[in-house]
Design a binder for this molecule. Structure first.
Ligand SMILES: [Zn+2]
Length: 368
């Protein structure tokens, strides 16, 4: 019986992998790969970025952006969902200005677009822009648990009370920026296409182009209640520490073609391709990163829109494995009991047969 139990335990171990072990292994491998790739790039980028604080004092201060968001160190807290209003510009007659400023591609936005609820005051939109890498090299500014994403969009807002982006830019509560990670999916994103289809028109540094207004809300994730929040800065000089950052947990998918357009179309001075326009992550210096959602029960792998579905599937798979494991164990046990019982019966039957023989022999002796 001891051997039987051991066998059942071994079978159970094979059939019942821990529910989170596989996911963790994959995540750790991704972190390792990203970090090793990152070091080479960081070195090149740092040469320039390390000089920023010589000319702009704030760039060397202790509340700089971007950061690497460590989900394990983030604090889950009750924060209201972001409420964008006036983002649908389809009825607006005035066209929107798209421009290549040599650092990024920027779309100027009307200040009728606002965000509130999650903030202590009303913020008005000013512009949105992008950060990206180059072919095969991701280029988001923020990172999550060591992972960099292919690209990141920033929608910049200023506090209504300051009246303009310029006035608000250096005030501690002056700006609110929404950050969304862009990843590659299988389909062309129709909202991003409304902007990316004009990239060619602003390919040279200094180019401007008027584009038809569209629903800017479509550039953000469907769900705006799950995000990370921290106090930081502009990610380019003068690096003012005036930004309340909101980095959404849900990512947006664009096609590989769309990402390639972003990576390869725009040029800066001397006809050089404008790429890898991200700042390296800055130290937290004790700052707290808040999460508007519960991180304690399970840390979502960012950049995996199917993570929830996968978790559910994995959980179902584990339940099935447990059921089959138990059924298998019970069947095996029943079989072994049956075999042992059968063997006993055989032995008894043999004994009886043997005594019959003796009895018969005795009889036969008597007969003889
Ligand atoms: Zn930015």
């Amino acid at each position: 019986m001891g051997n039987t139990l051991l066998f059942i335990l071994v079978v159970s171990q094979v059939l019942l992998p821990g529910p989170t072990v596989a996911g963790k292994t994959v995540t750790q491998r991704q972190i390792g790969e990203d970090e090793s790739g990152e070091n080479k790039k960081s070195h090149e980028h740092n040469k320039d970025q390390n000089q920023w604080s010589m000319d702009y004092e704030d760039c060397g201060k202790t509340a700089q952006s971007p950061i690497d968001i460590m989900t394990g160190l983030s604090l889950s807290t009750a924060l209201l969902s972001i409420k964008p209003e006036g983002y649908d510009l389809r009825d607006q007659e005035k066209k929107l200005t798209l421009l290549n400023n040599g650092h990024t591609v920027q779309l100027n936005l009307p200040d009728s677009m606002t965000i509130h609820d999650s903030f202590e005051q009303l913020y008005r939109a000013a512009q949105l822009h992008f950060h990206w890498g180059s072919k095969g090299e991701p280029g988001s500014e923020h990172m999550v648990d060591g992972k960099r994403f292919p690209a990141e969009i920033h929608v910049v807002h200023f506090a209504d009370k300051y009246g303009s982006l310029k006035e608000a830019a250096n005030k501690s509560d002056g700006l609110a920026v929404l950050g969304v990670f862009l990843e590659v999916g299988s389909r062309t994103n129709p909202f991003y296409e409304k902007l990316f289809s004009y990239l060619q028109a602003v390919s040279e540094e200094g180019d401007q182009h008027e584009i038809p207004p569209f629903d800017i809300r479509g550039l953000l994730p469907d769900h705006l209640e799950r995000y990370f929040r921290y106090n930081g800065s502009l990610t380019t000089p003068p690096c003012f520490q005036s930004v309340t950052w909101t980095v959404f947990n849900n990512t947006i998918q664009i096609s590989q073609d769309q990402l390639s357009q972003l990576e390869n179309t725009l040029k800066m001075k001397h006809q050089q391709i404008l790429s890898q326009n991200f700042r390296v992550p800055q130290s937290l210096h004790g700052r707290k990163v808040l999460a508007s959602f519960n991180l304690s029960f399970k840390t979502r792998r960012m950049g995996d829109p199917g993570a929830e579905a996968q978790d559910e599937l994995s959980s179902r798979g584990n339940t099935l494995a447990i059921i089959f494991g138990c059924l298998f164990g019970i069947t095996l046990l029943a079989f072994i009991i049956y075999v042992m019982h059968h063997r006993k019966m055989n032995q008894r039957s043999k004994k009886e047969t043997h005594s019959n023989v003796i009895y018969k022999a005795a009889t036969s002796t008597e007969e003889a």
